[in-house]
Write a protein that binds this ligand. Structure first.
Ligand SMILES: Cc1cc2nc3c(=O)[nH]c(=O)nc-3n(C[C@H](O)[C@H](O)[C@H](O)COP(=O)(O)O)c2cc1C
Length: 218
């Protein structure tokens, strides 16, 4: 399987990128093909007014690496890892722009919009967040937004890892071990069922029938 991580911090030696790298290391341990892209190297402009921006043939006129990223890497991925620092209790701007500009490729006027929509759907999604503040509410908005994005794209939202850190690389010292959690998430990216029950969903009552029991670490 192909796993693509989109890192949205401008700090390439920062904490959220380390989390993304750990997810990819876990995925690699299971034989998956992995790649990481720094969005700040690809995206140079936010979404504009498409009426005045798009070319005569419907293509987006913003001339940066976005289209190549979307068409060659994102559509080809089986799983996407979104890595973001917490900025003002939300996602980093580069990630928001990445999401916003999907619009330019799926609206009716865009070339191959139907095919693009189909190729963007039904993937596995993992999210990693680095924040200075540790209280759970700080990053709830990010999780809520990206969960809705996953629902819209019919992605399986496999999991979220949050690490607490501020200075570059400090996440390695977070006693909760977010890098280990991220590695574990990467290793399980395609393994576990992602569940979203309704009252009448048929289910056995056992969530992990085939999993070995894990001991509490001493
Ligand atoms: C513009 C900006 C806004 C931030 N806003 C928050 C915030 O709302 N809450 C928080 O806990 N940390 C906030 N931080 C701290 C970062 O989330 C934290 O340093 C994070 O580890 C940075 O990730 P990075 O190393 O991947 O860039 C902010 C940092 C910056 C630069």
């Amino acid at each position: 399987m192909r796993v693509l991580a989109l890192s949205s911090s401008p700090r390439k030696d920062g904490n959220s990128r380390l989390l993304a790298e750990a997810v990819l290391a876990g995925a690699t341990s299971r034989g998956h093909d992995v790649e990481i892209v720094d969005l700040c190297e690809v995206i140079t402009a936010p979404l504009r007014d498409c009426r005045t921006c798009r070319l005569a043939d419907g293509r987006c006129s913003i001339d940066d690496g976005y289209e190549t990223l979307l068409r060659d890497k994102v559509t080809a991925a089986d799983a996407v890892v979104l890595a973001t620092p917490l900025y003002w209790y939300g996602i980093a701007g580069q990630l928001k722009i990445f999401i916003d500009r999907i619009f330019c490729y799926i609206k009716a006027e865009a070339p191959r919009s139907g095919e693009t929509m189909r190729l963007l759907m039904n993937k596995r999604l993992a999210v990693v967040i680095s924040a200075e503040e540790s209280y759970p509410g700080a990053s709830l908005g990010v999780v809520a937004q990206l969960q809705e994005l996953a629902r819209y794209l019919r992605h399986d939202f496999v999991g979220v890892v949050r690490g607490v850190a501020n200075s570059r690389g400090e996440i390695r010292r977070d006693p909760a071990g977010p890098l280990d959690q991220a590695y574990d998430l990467g290793a399980r990216l395609f393994d576990d069922a992602v569940t979203d029950y309704r009252m009448d969903t048929a289910r056995s009552g056992v969530v992990w029938p085939c999993r070995p029991e894990r001991a509490v670490k001493p």
